[in-house]
Design a protein around this ligand. Structure first.
Ligand code: IDP
Ligand code: MG
Length: 167
């Protein structure tokens, strides 16, 4: 588990909290439609801390590993073909309950059923073009982060705004 303690030595007596890390990806349609920056801005404004980010074209092997739980499902082949079809932006975000914070900002898998205002409801029309991926649990997050990033690509740093994000 990538636990990270922030503010441990803080002279303002800022409490120590274990933070979660989650894996987030802007899918190819996000870049093609020119909304990647807007989506990243939403996550950033929420208070989540970026600890890693890169743009890449996913290989077939990586796509199959990333979506391994869906092998055999009717949409699997298309999903792998699509997710490898153009560049994506992969990132690791850190925060209190980061996994569920991102999932609730994303909304349901089907953008037409996603709660209005969520990222998928705002930017998407179709299940296969739902704009964003976010880990569904801490276990998935660890696995997915490991699939996309080397440990040395996860950057440790302190943000001075932390006490204005967390009580
Ligand atoms: P999630 O992304 O909300 O966690 P999953 O069920 O893990 O949803 O599915 C992974 C991705 O596969 C979805 O984000 C979506 O792009 C695609 N997908 C899932 N179910 C379908 C489907 O029934 N038809 C087409 N694509 C699907
Ligand atoms: Mg999923």
């Amino acid at each position: 588990m990538f636990f990270n303690l922030i503010g441990g030595d803080d002279y303002r007596n800022f409490p120590v909290k274990p933070m979660e890390r989650t894996f987030v990806m802007i899918k190819p349609e996000g870049l093609q439609r020119g909304v990647a920056g807007e989506i990243i801005a939403r996550l950033e404004k929420k208070g989540l801390k970026m600890v890693a980010m890169k743009m890449l074209v996913i290989s077939g092997d990586l796509a199959k590993r990333h979506y391994g739980e869906h092998i055999g499902k009717p949409f699997f082949e298309n999903l792998v073909k699509y997710i490898t079809s153009g560049p994506v932006i992969a990132m690791v975000l850190e925060g209190k309950n980061a996994v569920s914070a991102v999932r609730s900002m994303m909304g349901s898998t089907d953008p037409l059923k996603a709660e209005p205002g969520t990222i998928r409801a705002t930017y998407g029309m179709d299940m296969g073009r739902n704009i964003i991926h976010g880990s569904d649990s801490l276990t998935s997050a660890d696995r997915e982060i490991g699939n996309f990033f080397k440990t040395e690509e996860l950057i440790e740093y302190t943000r001075s705004i932390e006490p204005w994000v967390y009580e």
